[in-house]
Each structure stands twice: as structure tokens, then as C-alpha cells.
Design a protein around this ligand. Structure first.
Ligand code: ANZ
Ligand code: ZN
Length: 862
């Protein structure tokens, strides 16, 4: 009885092919691998290293298809790298802190830790079932004290280096729950828990000074040739470097007189100093310091206050995008423009944000779309000072000159954001205007000389707000002492351990847990209060890849030596949703730790692969709420993990999205059974002891011999490029060639049969490891594992045939085909061709012979 025979059954020459029983095989090998501790890294510095890493998961439940894809890609890479002679590090862990564990604890009336550990166990069981080759001795769980201890240690080192600070900042505050809320806990301005209206409060928060590294984070993107362009672009935009200038304006009253007692100077940041002549009003952010002082007690106070209050309900991000309706109010004040000498009114506007540039802007409605819209709404002047190239050409065609151009307003539908020619701009008229333009350079040079302006570079990147008033996170290891101020917890007292028995259901927070916060000052011994903020979980995921290199180190987060042995990660695989924050924070941590002397690399991840999404059959994203989730178990249970792995890798290139296709699973399973059968047949015919003698191979054997070299070369190259789908196609071609050989009727060569059987098993081993090991033992009678054996050798030059077939035409009609030596010269080929078609040439004169080397000879004869 055989469930896998479709065609070649009759040619099975010896013995009976056992049925492919995925469940039995996979259960057997899972246990054998565990017992042999097969995936333990035994570091061998004589070999080149390869660090293959998949972004570790958040343990919110069992693994989904996206995880399965992510880890299958990484596992195939890691397994193949090991077979090719690398010393491979391939670890896994869990990003185990975070809000969902708190919510789940409340919902199911349990503890966050219990819920998290249960989910991790479940995910680990699925990973084992999938055959992922993780060294579990290196498992990192970020919620475990021996990991977060080192996160606290790093925090203190950053603090020592001045890279951590506290600052008052407006945060979301629920007055009823008396707690700060993360942005995602505020829905339509209301608290997610009690539905009260959320306020903005200025509270002391902890920040990490990532901006200190802004320039290096930007510059080093150039070193990352193994990263997708779009990810680098997203990072560059996020860092957002802008070159421009600061320009000083002077505050004045309606008459243009400086205001006595006022400091009198307001500075703006502009990337377009060339447009200073088009500046018709001046804007301050609602949070601009001293804004209310400007209007206090005046008729403008109410209007300005309304804008200030209104702005509190909109996030700064949304405001800066400029897509919302703009609100503003006049302050009753004016400023003097240092270049044009003009006096322009000062307004407050909600699309100006306080934490970019200086929080003050010289508005140029003719050149900036947001200012244009604002001017239209509030009926402020729009004076054109830049003409597009077409406008200039039109103007000059009509005989007018840009020097005498005069217009007080425009009839444009939108601002002229593009480069052009400056007009109505004093001595700068006629120069090119635009970012980094001639006009800009000239004006900035003059401002610098006059002392009213200077070159300036701004970054969009903000410092990283890491405090969370949340329970399930890494406690910030400091103590507040009335006498000594903020005191870091001494190193030998780390970690500050998170209590596990908080009553979250009753709304208890760390700030209410006396057992936790009551302590004594490590400096003066007086009663003191522990910090009750925890760190953003992104701090935990910013260095886990370093801990994997040295997971049991009790002296340091990792030793410099092991970090240097393994870093940087050679292949990092994960979702595009992490393109900005996680990758940027990790890059920052690597650089900061480097500067502390803890390791010697500049960048953590050499090659980055962002795998595509797995969507449902109709191209919709899978989600619990839509009820269209295909769990990995739905494939593993009927077909086995090998089928799941093969289907995932074969269905699309790794970086592309794909729609789930049950037929692809069927197809993958069919191919596995076919390969299984072919390997068995080859094994029956084969003899691993026999030596291969190319000279004695028959025609069919020689064809297989060549195909072997060709497909192995292709498969290997595609593996190197991470193109598993085409690598699998090459394996299929090899299996097809083997099948053709088995069916050729030729007497089977024992050495070649054994060789090709081993080849098929070896190249399938990274993809279908269970089946490969079963064949390795049962069919090939080999010792050890396919996984620890080496990748097959091949030689592409052996793929070429030594003879070629040439078509011989007479007057364009094919009359014969001849075999000639591959390197034969033209005269010999022509002579052979003439002989082959002699009867069509009889009585004719050969006029011309056309020879296409390796293909054809065409004889023109009359
Ligand atoms: C005058 C001007 C004329 C501007 C023009 C632009 C175009 P990027 O390139 O993103 O750096 N700006 C400066 N600070 C701001 C703030 N705090 N909130 C909102 N907008 C602000 O943008 C720089 C430009 O954004 C600056 O150059 C300024 O407007 C505005 F035709 O100055 B510009
Ligand atoms: Zn003290």
C-alpha cells in the first residue's frame, strides 16, 4: 500500500517505498532533535560566523501566519548557513512587557505575568512544532528580571552619560483615574477606562536624548546597503534634517516703534530665507512661551486664548501636517522684517508647533501652501515675490521686465512652492529663488553680516519619551529623595523588581503600591520614594539581539568579546511596521553602547528583509474581528509542518505580500510526496560507496549529471539572495530530472543515483527539515542529520554539455540535425553540415553559408 504513487511506481527497483506519514515523522524528529540538543550553538571561531535573527514576537497568544512566515524565512536561512559551513547564531525570545498583558489580566481576572508566561509557552510549542532551529538555551524574555536588570543598568549608564533627562511636557491626564494615558488609550478625547474627558497636563517625564545621535543616525544610513531603500527613506524622513537659517525679527507696536521694556527679538527658523520679501504676516505657536504676556489685558486676549485652548485637543502631529482646518487670531502686535524693513502683524496659528525650529514662523503665503490657506481664510495679504519659469517667460514675451514687475496680490489657486525667479525683492530681484538657491544664499550671507541671521540645521527627530505610567514594564531604577534629589539605584541593588501581585482589576497602579514605592535613599538613608514610571517597551527591544550573544552573563548585559564575535546581525527579518521606531531605537542603542565601550560595531543589522504580509484568500488582511484568520495549525494538523514551510516559501518571494491559497498547500504537499518517492527510488538504485565515473555514464545519466550541477548552482544562488521561491523551483527541476532518469530505461548508475538522492535531501533540508532527516536515515542510511551535514558541491562548468546540436538548413528549411563538439570550429561544423544534407545539395551551387555558432548552419544553394 502506497499513498504517494502517481506515476513511477513500476520503476521502483527494490524494496517497498514507505508511506510519507508527516505526523509520525515530525513527532519522531522533534523528539530526536530535543534529545540531541541539536540547535545549540557550539561556537567555533575557526568558522566564519552568521547571525540570523527574526524580530522577536509579542506574546499575545499563539503564533499567527505572519509569524510563521517570518520564522520560516529565518529558519531556512539559518539552516542553510549552517550546512554551508558557517558558525550560526539563531536565537528567539519574547518582547514580553506591554499593555495588552495588563488589559488581559483585567479581563480574565489574572496576573499579567501568568498570562504572558502562558502565551510564551504556547508560542514556543508551536515554534517547536514548526521545526524552527532555535538555540533555546539563549531564550530571552524581556519580563524576566535577569533580562530587565540589564535594561535598568543600561538606563543608568545612559544617565551617567547625560543621555537621560527629565522634562515637563504636556501629557494626557485622566482626572478621574488620576493617571497619565498613552495616546492610544485616549479615544475621541476620552479615557478608555472611565470615559471621562482627558486633559493635557504638564508633567515631568523621562526622555532619552536620541537627538544627540541624529546626524550619525542619518549619515550611517549610507552604510546600510543591505537594507531596502524604502526603509532607509522612511528613517531619513523621520530624522528629518533641514538646512536653513534663523532670522531675527524685532517686536514693535502698530506704529512700528520698538516696545519699551520688551526684549524685542523673535527668531524664526526658515528654509526659505529667499522669500523674506514675501513675508506678509508672522506666526507664533499656541504654546509659544510669552505669547499670553503679549496680549494680556488687551482686546486680543480672548481670541488668542481660544486658539490656545483649541489647539490642546489636537495632536501636534496632526497640526503640523497642515491638512486640518487652520485657526488663528491676531495678537495686536507687529514685527519688523530685518531685510525688507516691513512691519507685519503677529498672529497665533494652530498649525505652528512649538517643538520645531523656534516655534515662530515668518509666513510667506505666496510660497507656502499652509500660509496661503491661512491668508485666504483671514484675508491677509499675499504678495507675489517668486515667478515660475513659465510666468517669467510669458512676462518677458509681453515685453515687460522682471525688474519693474509690480503686483500687490495674486489670483493663484495655490502657493508657488517650486523654484523660480525672485521679483519685488529689492537687490535680490532676478536671482533664482528656492531651497538652497542663489537668492537664499545671498540673503543669508547678508543677514549674517548684519548680525540678524545665521545658518541653522533642524531635525524633525525628537527626544524619546520613555516614561510610562504603566505597571507591566521595566521599572525606571531611580529613587526620589527629599534631600538628595534623584538618586539612581546602586548597581548592586539592581534589578528593581516589579511586584507581581498588583490588583489591576481594582485599578491599582505602581504609584499606589506602597510595598513597591516605599524605600530609603541610598545616599542619605532617609525615607524616600521609588520612581513608579516604567520604561517604554521599545527600550527592551532595542538591545535584545545583544543579550542573545551572551545570555547568561551575570556581570554585564553581554561581554564585549561575544558581542564582537557575533555582531552585527547578518540577516534581520521582520515586518515593515518596524521600519521606523524599533530599527531607529536599536541603531541608537548600538551607537550609545559602542560609545560606552561595550562593543565595537556602528550598526546592528547588516541585511534587513521586511517580509510581506499574508492576506486571506481574497486579499484582505487577516484579523480576528473579520473572522478570516488562517491559523498555522490548520495546515500543520492535516499536512505537517514541512508542507506549511514549503508552501510559505514557495508561494511568493519573501518581501512580497501574498494571498493565502489552499491550493498552494496542496501543491506543496504533492511535491513533498513526489520528492520523497524519487529519493527512495534513487536510494534503492544507489550505492554511496561507488565512485562516479563520468566517462561511463549513459546518455540519460549524463543529462542528469549536468542537470544536477545546473540546478544546484541555481538553487544555491537563489538561497543566497533569499529568493526561496525560485530556489524551490530549482529543486523541483532537479527532482524532475531525476524522475526522467529513473524512467529512461537506461541501466541506473549506482554512484550517480546515490549522489542525486543525497543532493535532493540536502537542498530540501533547510525548507523541509523533518522529511529531510527521515530520508537521511531511512532511505540514505546516513549518520547524523541532514542539517549538520554539508551543502552539496557543484561546479557550474560541469553543467554544460560537451556536444551541441546544430540544425542544418538548406534554403531556410531544416533538413538535418548534427551533434558537434561544443568548441568545434566553423570549418569542421560546415563540413559536417554539408555531408549531412548532401542529397539536398546535389547538382546545386552553394552560394552562401550562414553559421550561427552553437545553433544552426543555413546553406543557400541554387
Ligand atoms: C518661510 C517659508 C517660505 C517657509 C516658503 C517655507 C516655504 P522643513 O522643510 O520641514 O524644515 N516652519 C518652521 N518652524 C515651524 C514650526 N514650528 N511649525 C510649523 N512650521 C514651521 O520646514 C521648514 C519650514 O516650515 C520653514 O520655512 C517655516 O516656513 C516652517 F515659501 O519659512 B518656511
Ligand atoms: Zn537622600
Amino acid at each position: 500500500m502506497c499513498d504517494c504513487c502517481e506515476h513511477d511506481h513500476a520503476s521502483a527497483t527494490a524494496g517497498e517505498i514507505p508511506a510519507y506519514d508527516a505526523q509520525a515523522i515530525e513527532t519522531k524528529w522533534m523528539e530526536a532533535w530535543d534529545e540531541a540538543n541539536l540547535f545549540a550553538v557550539d561556537t567555533d571561531s575557526a568558522k566564519p560566523k552568521k547571525y540570523v535573527l527574526e524580530m522577536f514576537p509579542y506574546p499575545s497568544g499563539d503564533l499567527h501566519m505572519g509569524h510563521a512566515r517570518n520564522y520560516t524565512i529565518g529558519d531556512a536561512m539559518a539552516r542553510q548557513a549552517r550546512m554551508r559551513g558557517y558558525d550560526v547564531l539563531h536565537p528567539i525570545g519574547f518582547d514580553a512587557f506591554g499593555l495588552p498583558a495588563e488589559n488581559a489580566a483585567i479581563k480574565h481576572n489574572t496576573q499579567s505575568a501568568a498570562w504572558t508566561y502562558k502565551n510564551m509557552d504556547q508560542a514556543l510549542a508551536t515554534m517547536r512544532r514548526m521545526g524552527f532551529s532555535y538555540d533555546l538555551d539563549r531564550l530571552v524574555k524581556t519580563c524576566s528580571p535577569d533580562y530587565y536588570r540589564w535594561g535598568q543598568w543600561i538606563f543608568e549608564k545612559l544617565m551617567e552619560r547625560g543621555l537621560v533627562y527629565r522634562k515637563k511636557n504636556p501629557v494626557n491626564w485622566c482626572p478621574k483615574c488620576e493617571t497619565v494615558l498613552a495616546n492610544e488609550q485616549v479615544t475621541e478625547g476620552r479615557c478608555w477606562r472611565c470615559d471621562s474627558e482627558v486633559e493635557k497636563r504638564d508633567l515631568e517625564q523621562w526622555y532619552i536624548k536620541i537627538t544627540e545621535y541624529a546626524q550619525e543616525l542619518l549619515d550611517d544610513l549610507d552604510k546600510l546597503s543591505g537594507w531596502p531603500e524604502r526603509v532607509k527613506q522612511m528613517q531619513a524622513n523621520w530624522i528629518g534634517r533641514s538646512e536653513g537659517a534663523e532670522v531675527d525679527f524685532t517686536l514693535c507696536d502698530a506704529e512700528g516703534e520698538p516696545i519699551p521694556g520688551d526684549e524685542g527679538k523673535i527668531t524664526v527658523f526658515t528654509t526659505r530665507a529667499d522669500t523674506l520679501f514675501g513675508n506678509t504676516f508672522f506666526l507664533l505657536a499656541p504654546e509659544y512661551k510669552g505669547l499670553m504676556d503679549l496680549v494680556e489685558g488687551t482686546e486680543y486676549e480672548t481670541g488668542v486664548r481660544e486658539v490656545v485652548e483649541g489647539a490642546k485637543h489636537i495632536s501636534a502631529v496632526e497640526r503640523a501636517q497642515g491638512t486640518l482646518e487652520k485657526h488663528g487670531a491676531f495678537t495686536g502686535r507687529y514685527v519688523l522684517n530685518p531685510v525688507s524693513g516691513q512691519k507685519v502683524p503677529v498672529w497665533v496659528a494652530d498649525y505652528i508647533v512649538s517643538d520645531y525650529g523656534t516655534g515662530a514662523v515668518m509666513a510667506v503665503p505666496c510660497g507656502d501652501q499652509r500660509d496661503f490657506e491661512f491668508a485666504k481664510k483671514y484675508d491677509l495679504p499675499i504678495v507675489p515675490i517668486i515667478l515660475t519659469d513659465e510666468e517669467r517667460a510669458e512676462l518677458e514675451a509681453s515685453g515687460a521686465s522682471i525688474d519693474t514687475y509690480h503686483a500687490e496680490t495674486v489670483d493663484w489657486a495655490e502657493a508657488h512652492a517650486q523654484d523660480g525667479t525672485l521679483v519685488q525683492s529689492g537687490k535680490y530681484t532676478g536671482m533664482r529663488g528656492g531651497k538652497h538657491s542663489e537668492g537664499e544664499a545671498a540673503i543669508v550671507a547678508d543677514l549674517e553680516e548684519a548680525g540678524t541671521g545665521r545658518r541653522s540645521v533642524q531635525f524633525r527627530l525628537r527626544d524619546w519619551l520613555i516614561s510610562r505610567q504603566r505597571y507591566w514594564g521595566n521599572p525606571i531604577p531611580v529613587i526620589h529623595c527629599e534631600h538628595c534629589g534623584i538618586v539612581p539605584v546602586p548597581e548592586d541593588q539592581l534589578p528593581v523588581t516589579l511586584p507581581e501581585n498588583l490588583d489591576l482589576t481594582a485599578g491599582e497602579t505602581l504609584a499606589e503600591c506602597r510595598e513597591f514605592y516605599e524605600t530609603t535613599c541610598p545616599v542619605c538613608g532617609a525615607p524616600a520614594r521609588r520612581e513608579t514610571d516604567t520604561m517604554d517597551t521599545f527600550t527592551c527591544s532595542s538591545w535584545y539581539y545583544l543579550r542573545y550573544t551572551d545570555p547568561h552573563n551575570a556581570e554585564l548585559p553581554f561581554s564585549r568579546e561575544t558581542a564582537n564575535r557575533w555582531m552585527p546581525v547578518d540577516n534581520y527579518i521582520g515586518g515593515i511596521e518596524h521600519a521606523i521606531l524599533h530599527l531607529l531605537y536599536s541603531r541608537f542603542f548600538t551607537k550609545a553602547l559602542r560609545d560606552m565601550g561595550l562593543l565595537d560595531v556602528d550598526e546592528p543589522f547588516t541585511n534587513l528583509l521586511c517580509q510581506g504580509m499574508v492576506k486571506d484568500e481574497h486579499g484582505d488582511t487577516m484579523s480576528k474581528s473579520k473572522g478570516n484568520v488562517v491559523p498555522p495549525s490548520s495546515v500543520i494538523e492535516p499536512y505537517g509542518a514541512d508542507t506549511m514551510r514549503l508552501a510559505i516559501l514557495f508561494i511568493a518571494p519573501p518581501e512580497k505580500d501574498f494571498d493565502w491559497d489552499p491550493n498552494a498547500v496542496e501543491g506543496a504537499n504533492r511535491f513533498i510526496k513526489r520528492a520523497w518517492r524519487i529519493v527512495w527510488q534513487l536510494a534503492f538504485a544507489g550505492d554511496a560507496q561507488a565512485t562516479l565515473d563520468k566517462g561511463t555514464l549513459g546518455k540519460a545519466a549524463l543529462a542528469l549529471y549536468r542537470e544536477r550541477h545546473r540546478t544546484l548552482a541555481k538553487c544555491t544562488e537563489d538561497f543566497d539572495r533569499g529568493q526561496f521561491n525560485t530556489a524551490i523551483s530549482a529543486i523541483m527541476e532537479l527532482v524532475n530530472a531525476a524522475s526522467a532518469y529513473l524512467n529512461s530505461g537506461e541501466e541506473l548508475d549506482a554512484a550517480l543515483s546515490a549522489q542525486v538522492a543525497t543532493d535532493i535531501v540536502s537542498v530540501m533540508a533547510p525548507i523541509c527539515p523533518f522529511m529531510a532527516d527521515e530520508l537521511w536515515h531511512a532511505a540514505l542510511h546516513c549518520e547524523g542529520n541532514a542539517f549538520t551535514a554539508s551543502w552539496p558541491d557543484f561546479d557550474l562548468s560541469e553543467a554544460a554539455s560537451d556536444t551541441v546540436e546544430i540544425a542544418v538548413q538548406v534554403l531556410g528549411k531544416v533538413r538535418a540535425r548534427i551533434e558537434v563538439a561544443a568548441g568545434a570550429d566553423q570549418a569542421d561544423v560546415e563540413a559536417a553540415a554539408r555531408t549531412a544534407v548532401a542529397k539536398w545539395l546535389e547538382g546545386k551551387n552553394v552560394m552562401k553559408v550562414i553559421y550561427v555558432p552553437g545553433k544552426l548552419v543555413n546553406i543557400v544553394a541554387k
